[in-house]
Write a protein that binds this ligand. Structure first.
Ligand SMILES: Cc1cc2nc3c(=O)[nH]c(=O)nc-3n(C[C@H](O)[C@H](O)[C@H](O)COP(=O)(O)OP(=O)(O)OC[C@H]3O[C@@H](n4cnc5c(N)ncnc54)[C@H](O)[C@@H]3O)c2cc1C
Length: 403
């Protein structure tokens, strides 16, 4: 049975994440929203603290790196493990600032990819790296099976050629997990991911993008020109298994989508908390024990937003809990991402609306959160793509039958 209360063993971690969000991220939130592309140096100290917690065993998953299904430890009992800890602490950190969370050293989405598909030797070798994730190309977004970046085996190296765009942390990270095809004629089964370390000849950051939100996070265009990476940097198996198709690469998303959903949950929570306070200052008290229809229009609207938020939070926790308990969670990961991605935008914009001029002005962070949340409904698979995946799974249709 799923019990979705905060597990006792994670309460300290969640509480710590909240304290960090409140005392370290919030105070610098506006500064790095304005200073786009400037590295938030304050995060170095925070990252060192998180490393310390992980090494001491006090933290089972302070961020994206905590995600892995450990088969050896499976003894059949119900677990609240690192996936649940990760989504809950990520939500807390995003209550502080999504852009800053995305800029945290060693907590990149590429780290989740490594945790999902690397073998034990690679896990050890790439321990401590900060990895960005590069899938998107100028002509390839949602249709990631059409990747054109190539990886050609040449002796004991792969030679990578292609262009990747919109790579989060692409400039700052120590390495980039790059999706490339071994052989385009073999279709999606030939797409593999490669860890390319910063400074590898043939890889260069072309430019950084200016964005609507998450401005504290750098978003890079990266070019690969005859970039040679050691063959052992191909994550997982080099075999092209046409029967398995895209499943290997897609396994990454089962882990990263609940994390992105958690980011939306955290950002929306921040908006709700501040809005409730601002409404109270304006004389509107929200009563959670009385039906919305018996309260003011503002309070009723606020309760609607709360209900939507709770649905997103529960779906996110469910997807993570299933991963902890080694249950296939692709459907639930997409449901969580679809719901939370939409709720993130609806709630943050709803809060701007409820607070009127205060919501729109830069004196409060509400307008920033409305900008920051939009990306969470786009990257790691858009709203429409998540709905498509859910529909395919529920109807038992393939991607060729429903697209
Ligand atoms: C700030 C930012 C950070 C990013 N970070 C990363 C990163 O770290 N790594 C990375 O690889 N990528 C990253 N991306 C890219 C992101 O993952 C893509 O933008 C996303 O997958 C959508 O691809 P696209 O932009 O090409 O849009 P398209 O795929 O062209 O889609 C455009 C619109 O059409 C809709 N659509 C597409 N296909 C269908 C369909 N079959 N049915 C219905 N609707 C459909 C989409 O939902 C969308 O609304 C980032 C993007 C941004 C903006």
């Amino acid at each position: 049975m799923i019990n979705l209360e905060t597990p006792k063993k994670h309460r300290v971690l969640i509480d710590q994440a909240h304290q960090v969000a409140m005392n370290m991220l919030r105070p610098i939130s506006r500064k790095y929203d304005r200073a786009e592309h400037e590295y938030p140096k304050e995060l170095d100290m925070l990252a060192a603290m998180i490393d310390g917690l992980s090494e001491s065993g006090a933290s089972e998953g302070a961020g994206a790196t905590g995600v892995r299904r450990d088969e050896k430890k499976d003894d059949g009992s119900v677990k609240n493990g690192s996936n649940l800890a990760s989504v809950m602490s990520v939500a807390e950190m995003c209550w502080g600032d999504v852009g800053l969370l995305l800029s945290m050293p060693r907590q990149g989405l590429g780290n989740s990819a490594i945790a999902s598909v690397a073998n034990d030797e690679q896990l050890e070798r790439f321990k401590g790296t900060w990895a960005a994730m590069a899938i998107t190309e100028p002509g390839v977004g949602s249709d990631s099976a059409n990747i054109t970046t190539t990886a050609t085996l040449d002796g004991d190296h792969y030679v990578i050629n292609g262009e990747k765009i919109y790579v989060t942390s692409g400039e700052r990270a120590d390495s980039v997990v790059v999706w490339a095809t071994l052989d385009r004629s073999l279709g999606r089964a030939a797409i593999k991911s490669f860890v390319v370390e910063k400074g590898t000849p043939g890889m260069r950051v072309e430019r950084l993008e200016h964005k609507l939100g998450i401005r504290a996070s750098d978003t890079a265009v990266i070019i690969f020109e005859n970039c040679r990476v050691p063959a052992e940097n191909l994550l997982g198996s080099p075999e092209v298994d046409v029967k398995q198709g895209f499943a290997g690469a897609m396994a990454t998303f089962d882990n990263t989508r609940p994390l992105v959903a958690a980011m939306a949950v955290g950002c929306a929570r921040a908006s709700l908390d501040l809005t409730r306070d601002l409404l109270a200052q304006a004389g509107v008290e929200v009563d959670y024990d009385r039906p919305g229809v018996l309260q003011s229009a503002a309070a009723a609207r606020f309760l609607q937003l709360e209900a939507d938020w709770e649905a997103a939070q529960l779906l996110t926790m469910q997807a993570a809990w299933m991963a902890d308990n080694r249950k296939p969670n692709s459907l639930e990961a997409s449901m969580a991402k679809a719901k939370a991605g939409r709720v993130g935008s609806d709630v943050t914009l709803g809060c701007v609306e409820l607070c009127g001029t205060l919501g729109y002005s830069e004196n409060e962070l509400l307008e920033k959160w409305a900008r920051d949340s939009k990306i969470l409904d786009i990257f790691e698979g858009t709203q429409q793509i998540q709905q498509l995946i859910v529909a395919r799974r529920l109807l038992g249709l393939t991607s060729a039958q429903l697209r």
